[in-house]
Design a protein around this ligand. Structure first.
Ligand code: HEM
Length: 269
Protein backbone atom coordinates (compact mmCIF):
# COMPACT_ATOMS: atom_id res chain seq x y z
CA UNK A 1 0.00 0.00 0.00
CA UNK A 2 2.82 2.39 1.02
CA UNK A 3 4.85 1.48 -2.11
CA UNK A 4 1.71 2.02 -4.18
CA UNK A 5 1.28 5.52 -2.69
CA UNK A 6 4.95 6.41 -3.19
CA UNK A 7 4.71 5.29 -6.83
CA UNK A 8 1.56 7.27 -7.38
CA UNK A 9 2.69 10.57 -5.91
CA UNK A 10 5.14 11.69 -8.66
CA UNK A 11 2.44 10.97 -11.29
CA UNK A 12 0.02 13.10 -9.32
CA UNK A 13 2.65 15.84 -9.02
CA UNK A 14 3.06 15.84 -12.79
CA UNK A 15 -0.69 15.97 -13.31
CA UNK A 16 -1.05 18.88 -10.83
CA UNK A 17 1.87 20.76 -12.43
CA UNK A 18 0.29 20.40 -15.87
CA UNK A 19 -3.01 21.77 -14.55
CA UNK A 20 -1.14 24.61 -12.85
CA UNK A 21 0.63 25.50 -16.14
CA UNK A 22 -2.66 25.39 -18.05
CA UNK A 23 -4.37 27.61 -15.45
CA UNK A 24 -1.53 30.17 -15.71
CA UNK A 25 -1.77 30.05 -19.51
CA UNK A 26 -5.55 30.57 -19.37
CA UNK A 27 -5.09 33.65 -17.17
CA UNK A 28 -2.44 34.99 -19.60
CA UNK A 29 -4.69 34.27 -22.59
CA UNK A 30 -7.58 36.07 -20.82
CA UNK A 31 -5.41 39.20 -20.40
CA UNK A 32 -4.07 38.95 -23.98
CA UNK A 33 -7.59 38.63 -25.44
CA UNK A 34 -8.82 41.56 -23.27
CA UNK A 35 -5.96 43.69 -24.65
CA UNK A 36 -6.82 42.65 -28.22
CA UNK A 37 -10.57 43.32 -27.79
CA UNK A 38 -10.18 46.67 -25.99
CA UNK A 39 -7.13 47.71 -28.00
CA UNK A 40 -7.62 46.56 -31.60
CA UNK A 41 -11.33 45.62 -31.56
CA UNK A 42 -12.67 48.77 -29.91
CA UNK A 43 -10.25 51.17 -31.67
CA UNK A 44 -11.27 49.84 -35.08
CA UNK A 45 -14.84 50.96 -34.29
CA UNK A 46 -14.03 54.29 -32.59
CA UNK A 47 -11.07 55.69 -34.59
CA UNK A 48 -10.70 53.27 -37.51
CA UNK A 49 -7.60 51.22 -38.30
CA UNK A 50 -5.32 54.30 -38.20
CA UNK A 51 -5.76 54.37 -34.39
CA UNK A 52 -3.87 51.06 -34.25
CA UNK A 53 -0.59 52.95 -34.68
CA UNK A 54 -0.84 53.79 -30.98
CA UNK A 55 -0.78 50.06 -30.15
CA UNK A 56 1.96 49.05 -32.59
CA UNK A 57 3.95 51.28 -34.93
CA UNK A 58 3.76 48.73 -37.77
CA UNK A 59 0.02 48.09 -37.37
CA UNK A 60 -1.26 50.71 -39.82
CA UNK A 61 0.53 52.14 -42.84
CA UNK A 62 -1.30 54.63 -45.06
CA UNK A 63 -1.32 53.56 -48.75
CA UNK A 64 -0.80 49.88 -47.86
CA UNK A 65 -4.36 48.46 -47.85
CA UNK A 66 -3.18 44.85 -48.35
CA UNK A 67 -0.77 45.05 -45.41
CA UNK A 68 -3.42 46.72 -43.24
CA UNK A 69 -5.94 44.01 -44.16
CA UNK A 70 -3.39 41.30 -43.33
CA UNK A 71 -2.65 42.94 -39.98
CA UNK A 72 -6.38 43.31 -39.22
CA UNK A 73 -7.02 39.65 -40.06
CA UNK A 74 -3.95 38.69 -38.01
CA UNK A 75 -4.96 40.38 -34.75
CA UNK A 76 -8.76 40.18 -34.92
CA UNK A 77 -8.92 36.48 -35.83
CA UNK A 78 -6.41 35.84 -33.01
CA UNK A 79 -9.15 36.82 -30.52
CA UNK A 80 -11.44 34.00 -31.66
CA UNK A 81 -8.58 31.53 -32.13
CA UNK A 82 -7.15 31.99 -28.64
CA UNK A 83 -10.54 31.52 -26.92
CA UNK A 84 -11.53 28.53 -29.10
CA UNK A 85 -8.14 26.82 -28.86
CA UNK A 86 -8.19 26.40 -25.12
CA UNK A 87 -11.76 25.07 -25.14
CA UNK A 88 -10.42 22.16 -27.23
CA UNK A 89 -8.14 21.05 -24.38
CA UNK A 90 -10.82 20.92 -21.65
CA UNK A 91 -11.52 17.15 -21.24
CA UNK A 92 -15.18 17.51 -20.18
CA UNK A 93 -16.02 19.56 -23.27
CA UNK A 94 -14.08 17.17 -25.48
CA UNK A 95 -15.82 14.05 -24.17
CA UNK A 96 -19.36 15.37 -23.58
CA UNK A 97 -19.72 17.68 -26.58
CA UNK A 98 -17.96 15.85 -29.41
CA UNK A 99 -19.81 17.76 -32.14
CA UNK A 100 -18.70 21.07 -30.65
CA UNK A 101 -15.12 19.73 -30.39
CA UNK A 102 -15.18 18.81 -34.09
CA UNK A 103 -16.56 22.13 -35.39
CA UNK A 104 -14.49 24.22 -32.99
CA UNK A 105 -11.40 22.22 -33.98
CA UNK A 106 -12.01 22.91 -37.69
CA UNK A 107 -12.48 26.62 -36.92
CA UNK A 108 -9.29 26.67 -34.83
CA UNK A 109 -7.25 25.03 -37.59
CA UNK A 110 -8.63 27.46 -40.20
CA UNK A 111 -7.96 30.51 -38.02
CA UNK A 112 -4.50 29.37 -36.87
CA UNK A 113 -3.38 28.74 -40.47
CA UNK A 114 -4.85 32.04 -41.74
CA UNK A 115 -3.22 33.99 -38.89
CA UNK A 116 0.13 32.28 -39.50
CA UNK A 117 0.05 32.96 -43.26
CA UNK A 118 -0.92 36.61 -42.63
CA UNK A 119 1.89 36.85 -40.04
CA UNK A 120 4.45 35.41 -42.46
CA UNK A 121 3.24 37.92 -45.08
CA UNK A 122 3.61 40.81 -42.61
CA UNK A 123 7.07 39.73 -41.55
CA UNK A 124 8.36 39.20 -45.09
CA UNK A 125 6.65 42.15 -46.83
CA UNK A 126 6.26 44.76 -44.07
CA UNK A 127 9.19 43.70 -41.95
CA UNK A 128 9.46 43.42 -38.19
CA UNK A 129 11.83 44.04 -35.30
CA UNK A 130 14.58 41.53 -34.42
CA UNK A 131 17.40 39.75 -36.23
CA UNK A 132 16.82 37.50 -39.27
CA UNK A 133 17.41 34.53 -36.94
CA UNK A 134 14.70 35.48 -34.43
CA UNK A 135 12.36 36.37 -37.29
CA UNK A 136 13.15 32.96 -38.79
CA UNK A 137 12.15 31.31 -35.50
CA UNK A 138 8.78 33.12 -35.56
CA UNK A 139 8.29 31.93 -39.15
CA UNK A 140 9.26 28.42 -37.95
CA UNK A 141 6.41 28.71 -35.40
CA UNK A 142 4.00 29.62 -38.22
CA UNK A 143 5.17 26.63 -40.30
CA UNK A 144 4.70 24.30 -37.30
CA UNK A 145 1.12 25.60 -37.00
CA UNK A 146 0.39 24.79 -40.66
CA UNK A 147 2.12 21.37 -40.64
CA UNK A 148 0.56 20.33 -37.30
CA UNK A 149 -2.86 21.39 -38.59
CA UNK A 150 -2.51 19.11 -41.62
CA UNK A 151 -1.39 16.12 -39.51
CA UNK A 152 -3.96 16.72 -36.73
CA UNK A 153 -6.86 16.90 -39.21
CA UNK A 154 -5.61 13.87 -41.16
CA UNK A 155 -5.31 11.80 -37.95
CA UNK A 156 -8.79 12.90 -36.81
CA UNK A 157 -10.27 11.85 -40.17
CA UNK A 158 -8.74 8.37 -39.92
CA UNK A 159 -9.82 8.21 -36.24
CA UNK A 160 -6.21 7.83 -35.12
CA UNK A 161 -6.89 9.55 -31.80
CA UNK A 162 -3.38 9.03 -30.41
CA UNK A 163 -1.73 10.80 -33.35
CA UNK A 164 -4.48 13.40 -33.45
CA UNK A 165 -3.78 14.38 -29.84
CA UNK A 166 -0.01 14.54 -30.38
CA UNK A 167 -0.36 16.86 -33.41
CA UNK A 168 -3.17 18.91 -31.83
CA UNK A 169 -0.94 19.64 -28.82
CA UNK A 170 1.92 20.67 -31.15
CA UNK A 171 -0.51 22.91 -33.04
CA UNK A 172 -1.79 24.46 -29.81
CA UNK A 173 1.74 25.13 -28.52
CA UNK A 174 2.91 26.64 -31.83
CA UNK A 175 -0.20 28.82 -32.06
CA UNK A 176 0.55 30.16 -28.57
CA UNK A 177 4.26 30.75 -29.31
CA UNK A 178 3.81 34.52 -29.72
CA UNK A 179 2.15 34.69 -26.29
CA UNK A 180 4.93 32.55 -24.73
CA UNK A 181 7.44 34.98 -26.25
CA UNK A 182 5.78 37.99 -24.62
CA UNK A 183 5.50 36.28 -21.23
CA UNK A 184 9.11 35.04 -21.18
CA UNK A 185 10.71 38.26 -22.44
CA UNK A 186 8.78 40.39 -19.93
CA UNK A 187 9.75 37.99 -17.11
CA UNK A 188 13.35 38.54 -18.21
CA UNK A 189 12.87 42.33 -18.27
CA UNK A 190 11.51 42.23 -14.71
CA UNK A 191 14.28 40.01 -13.33
CA UNK A 192 17.38 40.92 -15.40
CA UNK A 193 16.42 44.21 -17.06
CA UNK A 194 17.75 44.61 -20.61
CA UNK A 195 20.70 42.23 -20.06
CA UNK A 196 21.59 40.63 -23.43
CA UNK A 197 19.12 42.81 -25.36
CA UNK A 198 19.95 45.64 -27.74
CA UNK A 199 16.76 47.65 -27.16
CA UNK A 200 17.29 49.86 -30.24
CA UNK A 201 17.14 46.92 -32.68
CA UNK A 202 15.54 44.31 -30.40
CA UNK A 203 18.37 41.88 -31.07
CA UNK A 204 20.93 40.09 -28.87
CA UNK A 205 21.48 36.67 -27.25
CA UNK A 206 18.54 37.04 -24.87
CA UNK A 207 16.04 37.70 -27.69
CA UNK A 208 17.39 34.67 -29.56
CA UNK A 209 17.20 32.46 -26.43
CA UNK A 210 13.65 33.63 -25.67
CA UNK A 211 12.63 32.91 -29.30
CA UNK A 212 13.97 29.35 -28.97
CA UNK A 213 12.19 28.97 -25.61
CA UNK A 214 8.93 30.16 -27.20
CA UNK A 215 8.86 28.39 -30.55
CA UNK A 216 11.10 25.29 -30.23
CA UNK A 217 11.42 24.33 -26.55
CA UNK A 218 7.64 23.87 -25.88
CA UNK A 219 7.59 21.13 -28.54
CA UNK A 220 10.46 19.37 -26.73
CA UNK A 221 8.78 19.74 -23.33
CA UNK A 222 5.58 18.22 -24.76
CA UNK A 223 7.67 15.19 -25.81
CA UNK A 224 9.21 15.02 -22.33
CA UNK A 225 5.75 15.04 -20.74
CA UNK A 226 4.56 12.30 -23.09
CA UNK A 227 7.61 10.22 -22.12
CA UNK A 228 7.23 11.02 -18.41
CA UNK A 229 3.58 9.92 -18.44
CA UNK A 230 4.63 6.46 -19.63
CA UNK A 231 7.53 5.99 -17.21
CA UNK A 232 7.66 5.04 -13.54
CA UNK A 233 11.04 6.73 -13.11
CA UNK A 234 10.51 9.08 -10.15
CA UNK A 235 13.40 11.38 -11.10
CA UNK A 236 12.01 11.98 -14.59
CA UNK A 237 8.50 12.52 -13.25
CA UNK A 238 9.60 14.99 -10.58
CA UNK A 239 12.00 16.82 -12.94
CA UNK A 240 9.23 17.21 -15.52
CA UNK A 241 6.77 18.42 -12.87
CA UNK A 242 9.38 20.91 -11.58
CA UNK A 243 9.92 22.25 -15.11
CA UNK A 244 6.17 22.81 -15.46
CA UNK A 245 6.01 24.61 -12.09
CA UNK A 246 9.00 26.78 -13.09
CA UNK A 247 7.37 27.69 -16.42
CA UNK A 248 4.13 28.52 -14.60
CA UNK A 249 6.00 30.92 -12.31
CA UNK A 250 7.82 32.50 -15.28
CA UNK A 251 4.42 32.96 -16.98
CA UNK A 252 2.97 34.71 -13.92
CA UNK A 253 5.99 37.03 -13.52
CA UNK A 254 6.00 37.78 -17.26
CA UNK A 255 2.25 38.36 -17.29
CA UNK A 256 2.46 41.00 -14.56
CA UNK A 257 5.26 42.68 -16.55
CA UNK A 258 3.54 42.67 -19.95
CA UNK A 259 0.19 43.81 -18.48
CA UNK A 260 1.67 46.68 -16.45
CA UNK A 261 4.29 47.83 -18.96
CA UNK A 262 2.56 47.15 -22.29
CA UNK A 263 -1.06 46.05 -22.50
CA UNK A 264 -2.65 48.25 -19.79
CA UNK A 265 -0.89 51.50 -20.85
CA UNK A 266 -1.68 50.73 -24.51
CA UNK A 267 -5.40 50.47 -23.75
CA UNK A 268 -5.78 53.43 -21.37
CA UNK A 269 -3.52 55.58 -23.61
C1 HEM B 1 -0.55 31.81 -34.88
C2 HEM B 1 -0.42 32.53 -33.83
C3 HEM B 1 -0.21 34.02 -33.81
C4 HEM B 1 -0.91 34.90 -33.05
C5 HEM B 1 -2.02 34.58 -32.07
C6 HEM B 1 -0.39 36.23 -33.32
C7 HEM B 1 -0.83 37.39 -32.74
C8 HEM B 1 -0.33 38.66 -32.98
C9 HEM B 1 -0.77 39.86 -32.33
C10 HEM B 1 -1.85 39.92 -31.29
C11 HEM B 1 -0.05 40.89 -32.82
C12 HEM B 1 -0.17 42.36 -32.39
C13 HEM B 1 0.95 42.67 -31.42
C14 HEM B 1 0.67 43.72 -30.37
O1 HEM B 1 -0.18 44.56 -30.49
O2 HEM B 1 1.39 43.64 -29.34
C15 HEM B 1 0.85 40.34 -33.80
C16 HEM B 1 1.75 41.08 -34.53
C17 HEM B 1 2.58 40.57 -35.49
N1 HEM B 1 2.74 39.23 -35.79
FE1 HEM B 1 1.69 37.69 -35.03
N2 HEM B 1 0.62 36.11 -34.23
C18 HEM B 1 0.77 34.79 -34.56
C19 HEM B 1 1.69 34.24 -35.44
C20 HEM B 1 2.58 34.98 -36.18
C21 HEM B 1 3.51 34.42 -37.13
C22 HEM B 1 3.67 32.94 -37.43
C23 HEM B 1 4.19 35.48 -37.66
C24 HEM B 1 5.28 35.52 -38.68
C25 HEM B 1 5.98 34.57 -39.07
C26 HEM B 1 3.71 36.69 -37.05
C27 HEM B 1 4.13 37.96 -37.36
C28 HEM B 1 3.67 39.12 -36.80
C29 HEM B 1 4.13 40.44 -37.15
C30 HEM B 1 5.17 40.76 -38.21
C31 HEM B 1 3.44 41.35 -36.35
C32 HEM B 1 3.56 42.88 -36.38
C33 HEM B 1 4.24 43.41 -35.14
C34 HEM B 1 5.67 43.04 -35.03
O3 HEM B 1 6.44 43.45 -35.88
O4 HEM B 1 6.01 42.32 -34.09
N3 HEM B 1 2.71 36.34 -36.15
N4 HEM B 1 0.68 38.98 -33.87
Amino acid sequence: MLIHRIKKTPNQLLSISKKMWFACLLIAQGCFVTYLILGYGLTSVTTGLSGWSLLNKTAYIANDPTGNLMYAAHVLLAIVMIIGGSLQLIPTLRVKYTKFHRYNGRLFVLLACTISLAGIYLMVVRGSVGSPLTQGLTIFGGCVVILSSIFAVRAAKTRNIKHHQIWAIRLYLAANGVLFFRLIIFAWFLIFGTLGIDTATFTGPTVLAVSICSYVLPLGIAELIRYAEKTTNTIILITTASIMVLISLIFLVGLSGVVLANWYPAIVG
